[in-house]
Design a protein around this ligand. Structure first.
Ligand SMILES: O=P(O)(O)O[C@H]1[C@H](O)[C@@H](O)[C@@H](O)[C@@H](O)[C@@H]1O
Ligand SMILES: [Mg+2]
Ligand SMILES: [Mg+2]
Length: 287
């Protein structure tokens, strides 16, 4: 189902509305490209590890999004996954900054597993202003604008309140597969299950996992090894759906720290954070 123009028009207004609408239109265009390419042959390369994949579609979609935004907003700055992989610095300044993941779920995309999204976040004065995440195969447009709510195809999103012993917990494995990292990843999953959580799920897309939280389809998320472009848009959507996004230390979210806990309440997020052993993936702004 496509988001209806009148739904979005109903929320018109806000200081960055022109940027928000540009992000929505670009996410929908990118989603069409990704949806078509999903079933086609792909040229697959690797980045930081044999399981950290990138395709020509990641590159093409990122080039499309950045070129269109740079033409419309030449004074703005950009942080994007594949540019960062090519050596661009991830520095969040007070300037209006776009934070882009052209395909979140590239490993899924390579395997034609249909859980794939494009994620476009936007920050000003180092404050996240809006996020747009498009589930390319289910045609679900998730949006969040600071102070203006979170929506999926025009339907307002709201967290479902629950406690950890009844929670469905989502997580993702980062790109490292060394024995020590795998041991910690599995140990954290065991720790969460020992709290009595109903289940733990790994769906292959951190942004869509966070959108499931915001829509009430899951209750908590944690990860070590994701990046600022996985987090930026989803953080606004979670917050605007009434949820909490924090650092795994229990402190405030650090967008560049490559780790996160999210839940419907600070209490739930804190309980999840307290159960976790840290896996150190470094920082996006120190690469
Ligand atoms: O597909 P990507 O854009 O590389 O995102 C990955 C992410 O980097 C990784 O940490 C996991 O969260 C995966 O689920 C994401 O798809
Ligand atoms: Mg990603
Ligand atoms: Mg990506």
């Amino acid at each position: 189902m496509k988001p209806s123009g009148e739904d979005r028009a109903a929320r018109a207004g806000g200081p960055w509305e022109e940027c928000f609408e540009a992000a929505v239109q670009l996410a929908l265009r990118a989603g069409q490209i990704i949806r078509k390419a999903l079933s086609e042959e792909k040229r697959v390369s690797t980045k930081t590890s044999a399981v950290d994949l990138v395709t020509e579609t990641d590159q093409a979609v990122e080039a499309l999004i950045l070129s269109e935004l740079q033409e419309r907003f030449p004074s703005h700055r950009f942080i994007a996954e594949e540019a960062a992989a090519a050596g661009a610095k991830c520095v969040l300044t007070p300037s209006p900054t776009w934070i882009v993941d052209p395909i979140d779920g590239t490993c899924n995309f390579v395997h034609r597993f249909p859980t794939v999204a494009v994620s476009i976040g936007f920050a000003v004065n180092q404050e996240l202003e809006f996020g747009v995440i498009y589930h390319c195969t289910e045609e679900r447009l998730y949006t969040g604008q600071r102070g203006r709510g979170a929506f999926c195809n025009g339907q307002q999103l709201q967290f479902r309140e629950t406690d950890l012993s009844k929670a469905l917990v989502l997580t993702e494995i980062g790109p490292r597969r060394d024995p020590a990292t795998l041991k910690l990843f599995l140990s954290n999953m065991e720790r969460l299950l020992r709290t009595g959580a109903h289940g733990v799920r790994v769906i292959g897309s951190s942004t869509l996992a966070l959108c499931h939280l915001a829509s009430g389809a899951a209750d908590a998320y944690y990860q070590f090894g994701l990046h600022c472009w996985d987090l930026a848009a989803a953080t606004v959507i979670i917050r605007e759906a009434g949820g909490i996004v924090m650092d795994t230390s229990g402190g405030p979210l650090d967008l560049m720290a490559c780790r996160v806990v999210a839940a419907g309440t600070r209490e739930m997020a804190t309980l999840v954070a307290q159960a976790l052993q840290t896996i150190n993936y470094g920082r996006d702004d120190e690469r």
